[in-house]
Write a protein that binds this ligand. Structure first.
Ligand SMILES: [Zn+2]
Length: 389
């Protein structure tokens, strides 16, 4: 197995606190050694071991590839008109998802997969090396299983979201739809997924329905995660902690009891500022969560309705500008935080044994991700030890 050193890194973010005592584990004038698909060494350039190959980082910054732990990329069509109308004054509601459901059902497998790959490439070029993605735009047994099957060709982090909204055919009988989601549809979907998710919100699924969905999934070997407290206060966050969900996602409307529950449990709060940006909604309060000791992840929620961005750097900039995060905290949350939200320790950090997933920034430090918003700073990406960008 050949080894490669990436040297002349002016700022290296490792997320390995053993190196400098800080969460980011910063090393100046650093190098990273890769062997096969793994990191085998990090430290000061002058102390790097001999390797077969050498890449010069040119005095730039290297950090772990972004871990985007929340996206909805198996879909067809777009919702430009809805966005345009909303930016002209109309409120966002969960119902717009139906538009995408109709387009997704009508698409061929090849069309759906081509669309998925397009967004994965887009995300990779912006430094994302791991992504989670969900079903939820099929809402029939066949269409949900198809979405998961297609997603599983491209990522290990696949989430069954049959409970995205009540399928239009069941509008008059939501209980029957929950029975389908927790019965026949779950049986068809569980073999293709790692996670189960539910949109716990007024207009989607209430606390009892969400509990039924997540516990049924857990009985089939899927791990829970949840869309919680996005548009209003609700039971989602408390349910997530009670069921030891890996992540409660959105967390925009939280009571003190919700924050306390997150701080006491092991559920990550995943914040998705692209959604608030794209719906002109109030920002989630990251500062409040961090000060309470909650683990926070940052992710794109990339989807055609409420957050049509695949850019983690954009989310980092929003989190720093509008959600009270420091640049260090936002970068940690977009890398190690995302890994925590997926209960992974082999990604989101650059330490011996972790996957060699790295992003090279054309900048003197990671702070530039927030300092220079909208600028394409990503100059290189390695995924599993292979240069991909
Ligand atoms: Zn979502």
């Amino acid at each position: 197995m050949s080894s490669t050193v990436i040297s002349d890194i002016v700022t290296l973010v490792t997320n390995d606190p053993s190196l400098d005592g800080s969460p980011l584990g910063l090393v100046r004038n650093a190098a990273v050694v890769i062997e096969g698909d793994r990191v085998v060494w990090t430290g000061e350039s002058s102390k790097a071991p001999a390797t077969d190959n050498r890449v010069d980082a040119g005095g730039r910054t290297v950090l772990p590839g972004f871990v985007d732990s929340h996206s909805h990329l198996v879909f067809a069509g777009d919702r430009t008109e809805e966005f345009n109308a909303r930016m002209s004054g109309r409120a966002y509601s969960a119902g717009g998802i139906r538009t995408t459901v109709a387009a997704t059902r009508a698409a061929t497998d090849a069309e759906l997969e081509a669309n998925l790959v397009r967004f994965l490439d887009e995300a990779l070029r912006q430094g994302t090396t791991t992504f989670e993605t969900k079903s939820g735009y099929g809402l029939t047994v066949e269409d949900e299983a198809r979405a998961l099957r297609l997603a599983a060709r491209h990522t290990d982090e696949v989430t069954y979201l049959g409970a995205h909204i009540v399928a239009p055919e069941y509008a008059e009988d939501p209980a029957a739809y929950v029975a389908l989601v927790t019965g026949e549809m779950l049986d068809a979907c569980a073999p293709h997924a790692r996670w189960i998710d539910v949109f716990c919100e007024k207009g989607a699924f209430d606390g009892d329905q969400a509990r039924a969905v997540l516990t049924a999934g857990r009985a089939k070997g899927l791990h829970p995660r949840i869309h919680a407290n996005q548009l209003s206060y609700g039971p989602g966050v408390q349910l997530a902690v009670e069921l030891d969900a890996a992540s409660a996602d959105h967390c925009t409307h939280l009571t003190d009891a919700d924050v306390d529950a997150l701080a006491a449990g092991s559920t990550v709060a995943t914040l998705l500022p692209g959604a608030e940006f794209s719906t002109r909604a109030a920002w989630p309060d990251a500062r409040r969560l961090l000060d309470a000791g909650v683990t926070v992840a940052l992710s794109t929620d990339c989807n055609p309705g409420s957050s049509f961005t695949s850019s983690v750097p954009f989310c980092v900039a929003l989190a720093v500008r509008d959600m009270g995060m420091t640049p260090d905290e936002a970068v940690w949350s977009a890398t190690a935080g995302g890994a925590a939200a997926l209960r992974r320790t082999d990604i989101g950090r650059l330490a011996p044994g972790a996957y060699a997933d790295l992003t090279l920034l054309d900048a003197p430090s990671h702070v530039h991700l927030a300092y220079r918003p909208g600028v394409p700073l990503v100059a290189g990406v390695w995924r599993r030890g292979v240069r991909a960008v």
